[in-house]
Structures are given as C-alpha cells and as structure tokens.
Ligand binder design. Structure first.
Ligand code: ATP
Ligand code: MG
Ligand code: MG
Ligand code: MG
Length: 564
C-alpha cells in the first residue's frame, strides 16, 4: 500500500477534550473521528486495526466450536417484555418506534433474540450443546460516554450464547470459552487478568471478567500475590462479608479512584456537577446508572448487594427519584458508583448540602456532619468492609493487591434465567421436557483497540502489538521524487513485501522526512525501513523497530530478514 493511495489524517495538536492517552492518540493518529457524543467513525487506518482484533476473536471462537450467525440489531419490544427486561433495563436501552407506533430497541445485547431462535429451532437434547456467536455493533445509551471508543454509545462486540440440556454441559462450555478468551488476549499481546466477577442481577451464579491492566481503567480488581485468587472488587467484597473478616479501612476509596479523597473529588472523578447536592446525585443516579441506590433498612449497604435490591432491578436500572423518595421517606438513601465502592449516604431531604449524613455502613452507623470538602479519612472509623491492598486473600494464601483494569471481556453462566422466562425447553433422553441452561460471553472488540493503546504507547505515539498493527512495515524513501535510485529500491522492496504477504505502507507522499517519520511513529507501525541516497550508495538501508532507541544500518539484501 502506498501512502498516496491511502488516507492518512494525522494531527499534531493534542485534542483538548480527550482525557486519556488512548483517546488522544486515536484522534491524533486519525483512527477515529467523532460524529456525536459516544458515536465514532472508524477511519480506514483505524478500521484495519479493528478488523485485526475481530479476526483473532473470530478465529478463536471458531476454534472453540462456536458457530457464527448474524442477528438483527433492531429488536422487537415483545421479546424484551417476555424476559421482563423492557421494564428493567432502564434508559441505557435505546428505544425506537416504527411508523406503526410499534416499540423496538437497538440491541445492547441479544439474550432475548437468541433464546427466541433456539426455542423455535431446537427441540432435542441431541442438538445440544450449541454455542452461537456474532460480531456486531451494539447500542447502549450510556449516561456518560467517555474516553472515545472505550465507553461509546455504539461499539463493536462479540457476543456468544451457549445452550445446554444441563448444568454440567454448561460448565464444560464455560471452561472452553474461558480458555478461548485467554487465547484471544494472549494473541493480541495484552497484559490481562481474568477475575471472578459477581453476576449480580444479570442472573446465574458463575461469572468472570477479563481485564486489561491500566491505571486509567474504570474498574478496580483485587488479586493475591500468593495464589491464583483474582476478583473484581465488588466480588472480593462479597466474599469478604461472608468470611466475616475484620473490617479493613477505607483505603480502597482512594486506590479505586486515584485522587478521590473527598466527596467533592468524587463528583469531579465522576464528572458530576461540582455543586451537586445529595439530591442531585440521586437524580443523576436515577437517570443514568453509574451509581447504585440502597435504601436504609435494607442492611445491605454495599453496591453489589444494591444491585439485588428490588428497586434496583439491574446494575443499569436505578430507582427513579420518586421511587427513592417513596422508599426513603425522610430517611437516608445511599449512593455510590458501582465498582468504585464509595458509598455516600445522604439525608437528601435536607435542603442544604452541608453537614449531611454520610458513610455507607451498618444501619445507624452513618457519619453526621459530613461536608463536601472534608477528607473522608477524617471520619470516625466505621465498618465499610472494602477490600484494600495488603488485606489477606480470601482464599487464605497471600495478600491482596488492588489494581485498575479495563473490562474487555465478560463470561456468565446464566443458568435458566432467560430460558425459563421465555419457555425454552427441549426433550431430554427420557423424553421429558427440560428447561435449557444457558451461558453468555461478551468481548468488547472496539474497546480492546483503546485498551491496547493504554498499555502500549510512548511520547511519539502508539506502539501496536504485532497482531493489531494496521501495517507491519513502513518504508520511508527519502527524496524519492528526485532520486531515481531511492525510488527504484523502495519500489522493489515494496513489491517484494507484497509478494511475501507482509503488510507494508510505503510513504511515497511528497513530504519532509520529519513529517513522515513522525506520522509512522504516531501510527505505531512496528517496523520501519528508511531508504536514502547516502546509505543506498553503500548498499544499505536504515532499520528501526518501533521500540528501538536508534536505527541501524542493514545491507539492503538483508532487509527482508529483519521484518519477517
Ligand atoms: P462496563 O462495566 O464497562 O459498562 P458492561 O459490564 O456493561 O461493561 P457487558 O454487558 O459485560 O459490559 O458487555 C461485554 C463487553 O462489552 C464488556 O466487557 C466491554 O468490553 C464491552 N462494552 C460494554 N459497554 C461498552 C461501551 N459502552 N463501549 C465499548 N465497549 C463496551
Ligand atoms: Mg455497562
Ligand atoms: Mg461491567
Ligand atoms: Mg460486564
């Protein structure tokens, strides 16, 4: 490929509104362009990367025995009413009406559609187990789309759904998928951790998330330095409680959200208005789903348990202000961002936002007299039961480390949640009707692109892991438009690469060398060969790997050996 025939749309300037490095670099490298909040165009260069990730995912799904299909992104409301999620899912579900005023949604996930397919097409245990997947754009009306494609409103997901006559068959496929996910993230060259997750209100019992480790990650994960124990923090806290371990301090609050010490910090971290009162936070909670609401008297004041509260039908469906008021009366509500474990309890009937009540803990252990700018650590110790670095691991070996992660994959044993609600049954070997067991398995294909950049970059730009690079090799001919020798050598090398199937980008633009070098580095192409008159006179080219500090002279004849 020649640069002159490709579309390179790099920028020098750092985009002002992009907060994290991957978002900045994706914009500067011209991989994506913003259309509207949380909506992006994948430019040709970015799409090449996205397709690379997609291909690895597809290959591993195929190898794991999953079958690809393609479901409509537009889904009829009737199916969601059957499962109960038309009511439960909340405002993240983008609902639309057709010209006949019939209700539809744009699929955020496809449990209903796939269960409908399977109940119609599968009648016997002999056709099971069955694992079906697709790679498709999903739509979620995220309350706070941010970080570019990391948390977008339309994003590419691989979603798979498996169906089984019984639990043991489900467990077998779950293990196969766990291994397939590990393969995917290994092949992509990412530093990742599978962690136990709480399946919460999604149903079922067993669940794992796959996290790419990065300080910018929105999630906190806990893992032991002395064993294989690894869990997301919500899950670790659940285990914590059943273990009845002594209550640790609230250090996690600061670890989980760097820089968050006060409630004012929390508002900033969560991009909530600085003058938020407890009441406006509750309204935000009701509208969006980043925070969980717990009602006093529930006795289960952590965010995981909150998801199971009848008012909070799913992690993304929060109580409305009316519901909250009705349930709280003049009492207390407890709010905290899911996954951040910073519960805030506030008497939101109070008009002013000073000296309110704060601190999610046991009933009647709320802190009085909290103020926005007061350091949380000032408050009297209370039983918050957050996990923190240095805690003993719940499995008894080693101590816990808390790190931040980006959730790139999530697998669930759903059990019969959807099949029961939607009456999906088959005949077993004894001719009896049994309700299907089900698993579901997601990978955030587009989020992976951003996550990879978070882990692989330097001051010059992106450094792609080989499996994701849009091109493996950049050929930069110097003065090509004047030097026949350079042009000839570059063309020959370009042809040779193409013949050998090496993805090559020859920068034949009539630009200054500095511009070309900067662009090829920003774009993160793993290998670069510079061809100039001076070295060529000695039969040499200059090779530099993207992570190398300096270039090295290599005989032109050996150039291919450096790349292959
Ligand atoms: P998150 O906790 O980040 O909101 P989720 O738990 O809601 O993600 P799942 O329902 O588990 O997401 O979906 C499967 C995968 O899809 C996630 O692991 C993630 O990689 C990806 N994903 C989810 N929401 C988004 C989004 N808004 N933008 C990009 N990728 C997303
Ligand atoms: Mg989500
Ligand atoms: Mg999640
Ligand atoms: Mg998830």
């Amino acid at each position: 490929m020649r640069s002159s025939e490709f579309l390179i749309t790099t920028h020098k300037e750092t985009p002002a509104d992009a907060e994290i490095i991957s978002h900045r670099l994706m914009l500067r490298a011209g991989l994506i362009r913003k259309l509207s909040s949380g909506l992006y165009t994948w430019m040709p260069m970015g799409l090449k990367v996205l397709r690379k990730v997609e291909r690895v995912v597809r290959e591993e799904m195929d190898a794991a025995g999953a079958l690809e299909l393609a479901m409509s992104m537009v889904q009829p409301a009737e199916l969601w009413e059957e499962s109960g999620r038309w009511e439960q899912y909340g405002p993240e579900l983008l609902r639309i009406q057709d010209r006949h005023n019939r209700d539809f949604c744009l699929g955020p996930t496809h449990e209903e559609v796939i269960t409908d397919i399977v109940r119609n097409e599968i009648s016997s245990y002999k056709q099971l187990p069955l694992n079906l997947y697709q790679i498709q754009n999903k739509v979620r009306d995220e309350i706070r789309p941010r970080f570019g494609v990391m948390r977008a409103r339309e994003f590419l997901m691989k979603d798979a759904y498996s169906f089984h006559p019984d639990q043991s068959s489900l467990e077998t496929t779950y293990q196969v998928m766990h291994r397939a996910y590990t393969k995917v993230f290994e092949r992509l060259g990412l530093d990742f951790r599978p962690v136990m997750a709480d399946s919460g209100s999604i149903g079922g019992n067993t669940s794992h998330e796959f996290h790419v480790l990065a300080d910018s990650g929105e999630d906190a994960i806990a893992f032991s330095d002395g064993s294989d124990y690894a869990a997301n923090v919500e899950r670790a806290e659940t285990l914590d409680q059943s273990d009845q371990r002594p209550a640790p301090s609230r250090e996690l609050n600061r670890i989980a959200t760097p820089g968050v010490k006060t409630i004012a910090d929390l508002c900033e971290a969560q991009q909530l208005p600085a003058n938020s009162t407890a009441k406006t936070l509750l309204v935000e909670a009701a509208e969006g789903g980043l925070v969980a609401l717990v009602i006093r008297g529930d006795h289960e004041l952590n965010t995981v348990k909150a998801e199971k509260h009848p008012l909070v039908a799913s992690p993304l469906r929060m109580a409305t202000e009316e519901e909250a008021k009705a349930a709280c009366g003049a009492g207390f509500g407890s709010i905290g961002p899911v996954g951040l474990s910073i519960p805030v309890v506030a008497d939101y009937s109070a008009a002013a936002c000073a000296d309110f009540c704060c601190g999610a803990n046991s009933p009647d252990e709320h802190f009085e007299g909290a103020n926005w700018d007061r350091d949380i650590s000032d408050y009297a110790t209370a039983d918050l039961r957050s996990v923190m670095s240095g805690d003993p691991s719940p499995d008894g070996s080693g101590t816990l480390q808390i790190r931040r992660g980006i959730e790139v994959g999530h697998i669930f044993q759903l059990g019969t949640k959807y099949s029961e609600a939607m009456n999906a049954k088959v005949l077993d070997e004894n001719g009896r009707n049994v309700t299907l067991s089900m698993g579901c398995y997601g990978i955030g294909v587009s989020r992976i692109v951003a996550a990879a950049i978070e882990q692989n970059n330097d001051e010059r730009g992106i450094i792609w892991p080989s499996a994701m690079a849009p091109f493996q090799l950049a050929i930069v001919p110097l003065n090509m438009h004047k030097s026949a020798a350079v042009a000839e050598a570059a063309e020959a090398l370009h042809t040779q690469c193409q013949e050998q199937g090496i993805e090559v980008l020859m920068d034949d633009r009539n630009e200054r060398p500095g511009v070309k070098f900067a662009d090829m580095e920003l774009l993160g192409i793993p290998h670069r060969i510079v061809i100039g008159d001076r070295s060529l006179a000695e039969g040499e080219i200059e090779y530099q790997g993207r992570r190398d500090a300096e270039s090295q002279r290599v005989p032109l004849a050996d150039a291919m050996g450096f790349i292959a």
